[in-house]
Design a protein around this ligand. Structure first.
Ligand code: PLP
Length: 392
């Protein structure tokens, strides 16, 4: 028989208290939207774009309806042509690779680095072919990928760098916000992300006027409705149909109301991560805590997901679930072994580091609302799991 929970539930993610704390600001922005009555391409989206530019230091922020569409539009604006190959890491959220397909390209998978979760520059270098046009590093969980290594590969082969910075708000590399080292980066404001909307939303960050202009046109039917073709970001002019990928003003209002506390939220996330690290690194069965993974030179962390690698991952997750502690597996299946990429012919064992991470990684509750006492209880439940295993 299953035992019942030993304490109140600790959800994997919630932001109820965050909304309470920020409600006055959010309500003020939402009231503007209601009074304006436009709801789509009203003034709030532009106001949010300017604030996001200030916060990130980006020359341009273009607000869109999801991180996924941010990636698709960025790839197209950065000059991806039909059939071009884009090198992506094999360990990431599925949208890293499907966005390439949706933009008309072909994803080519490279393994991740030894001892970390970013793309391995040497593996990326080895994956370059005559058809490779771009490389797309992903900044996962709490730290940027090896951007100096990626830049070297890109320079050697003349590739455009496009960043999947969906998880990376607050992360920096060589003095620039994540997403600003190459042609541009995509941010996601999915509700559970570090800066979360009350639905889906995303943005493109870029320092390139032409890329920003093309994303703006593509996300709104080709500005004005019918202007197709000759987009300034496309080296070889081609006709690109526009689409509707705009951010809603309601989401912009909520994000504006929360942006003011983002710095404090990121600090609280760092505090909780350090608290987990200090206790969990001593637990036999916990193989790796994030604080023990050395950052790449010149990079700054911001903890979105707190991810440990553990023995008997699935049994631990089940043990925690019974005790009311929510966890998530990031990511259950590497991209090269996803059914939608079966036609590329990969086999288990092809990209062993990505496959090993999928088998051992478990994300624990971490968000500004989480009290210290709950983080301590999560640690105690993990300790009790491994103590029980050893005693048998
Ligand atoms: C969340 C996420 C995306 C997609 O963002 P959506 O807003 O959910 O479309 C893409 N890549 C990574 C790495 C993500 O974590």
């Amino acid at each position: 028989m299953q035992t019942t929970s030993t304490g109140p539930t600790i959800p994997f993610f919630t932001q109820a208290a965050t909304f309470d704390a920020e409600w006055d600001g959010i309500r003020r922005h939402l009231t503007d939207v209601l009074d304006d009555g436009k709801f789509s391409h009203g003034a709030k989206v532009a106001e949010f774009e300017r604030e996001l530019e200030r916060w990130t230091g980006a020359r341009h922020a273009v607000a869109v309806n999801s991180g996924t569409d941010a990636l698709v539009l960025l790839l197209r604006a950065a000059g991806l042509r039909p059939g071009d190959e884009v090198i992506v890491p094999a360990y990431s959220f599925i949208a890293t690779a499907t966005s390439v397909v949706l933009a008309g390209g072909v994803p080519v998978f490279a393994d991740i680095e030894d001892g970390g979760y970013g793309i391995d520059p040497a593996a990326a270098d080895a994956a370059v072919t005559a058809r490779t046009r771009m490389i797309m590093p992903v900044h996962l969980f709490d730290r940027p990928a090896d951007m100096r290594g990626v830049a070297r590969v890109a320079r050697r082969h003349g590739l455009t760098v496009v960043e999947d910075s969906a998880e990376a708000i607050g992360m920096v590399a060589d003095g620039a916000h994540a997403g600003l080292l190459g042609a541009g980066g995509a941010l996601s404001f999915f509700p559970a992300k570090t800066l979360g909307a009350i639905g889906d939303a995303g943005a493109v960050l870029t320092g390139d006027d032409a890329v920003a202009g093309t994303v703006r046109m593509l996300c709104h039917h080709g500005r004005g409705g019918h202007t197709l073709g000759n987009f300034p970001g496309i080296a070889n002019p081609t006709v690109l149909p526009g689409r509707n990928s705009k951010m809603d003003d309601v989401q912009a209002a909520v994000l504006l109301g929360k942006l003011g506390r983002l710095g404090a939220d990121i600090e609280r996330r760092a505090e909780l991560a350090a608290r987990y690290d200090a206790r969990l690194r001593a637990v036999p069965g916990v193989r790796r805590v994030p604080g023990d993974v050395p950052p790449h030179p010149g990079t700054g962390r911001a903890v979105y997901v707190y991810l440990v690698e553990v023995d008997e991952r699935d049994a631990l997750a089940a043990h925690l679930a019974v005790r009311g502690v929510g966890t998530e597996v990031y990511y259950p299946r590497p991209l090269h072994l996803q059914p939608c990429f079966a036609h590329l012919g990969h086999r288990p064992g092809d990209l062993p580091r990505a496959e090993a991470a999928c088998a051992a990684a478990l994300a624990l509750p971490l968000y500004p609302d989480l009290p210290d006492a709950d983080a301590d209880r999560v640690c105690a439940e993990i300790e009790s799991f491994y103590t029980g295993r050893r005693a048998r």
